[in-house]
Design a protein around this ligand. Sequence first.
Ligand SMILES: CC(C)(COP(=O)(O)OP(=O)(O)OC[C@H]1O[C@@H](n2cnc3c(N)ncnc32)[C@H](O)[C@@H]1OP(=O)(O)O)[C@@H](O)C(=O)NCCC(=O)NCCS
Length: 156
Amino acid sequence: MDVELREVHDSDLPVFYRQLNDPEALHMAAFTPKDPADRDAFDAHWKRIRSSGDVLRTILADGDVVGSTAVYGEPGEREVTYWVDRAYWGRGIATAALRGLLTEVPERPLYARAAADNEGSLRVLHKCGFRVTARARGFANARGEEIDEFVLHLEG
Ligand SMILES: CC(C)(COP(=O)(O)OP(=O)(O)OC[C@H]1O[C@@H](n2cnc3c(N)ncnc32)[C@H](O)[C@@H]1OP(=O)(O)O)[C@@H](O)C(=O)NCCC(=O)NCCS
């Protein structure tokens, strides 16, 4: 598939909201908003990050909006994240999107976090050059309990 990144448009937000509320995706990502169905909180979050210094991109596959990816956080501690619509999983989209984002954003180091059992996300990160540097525990809203997570690091 032809994977491209572009700036986020207002019309993408309802698509992201639907993608966020997929139960299987939520379970996989684990570290998710407290109440992903809270549309006001979702809108407030996107309003805040769209006016911040975060780099936010919509992922297009063959021209369709299939997810989002971002570099966010404070300088020196910036993290990557991504989310792909379940209907498009397993086609190399997250890997291509993260590679594109890393080309657009040259700053290093960059960080990432993933639930220790999120094999898909860990594979995407590994393929893009991230390496596990630490193991931590954190409360995962989508699991309702503390779980293990990996902290990963991409050097220049
Ligand atoms: C994780 C996620 C982004 C992967 O997206 P994707 O477009 O399917 O990923 P890719 O197709 O680029 O897959 C990359 C690799 O991961 C593997 N992979 C993908 N999902 C997997 C899974 N559930 N279990 C094991 N491996 C998986 C693929 O086989 C591929 O490996 P390969 O190249 O060796 O064959 C997607 O499942 C998702 O959005 N999940 C919900 C949100 C989330 O977890 N975001 C990350 C938060 S840290």
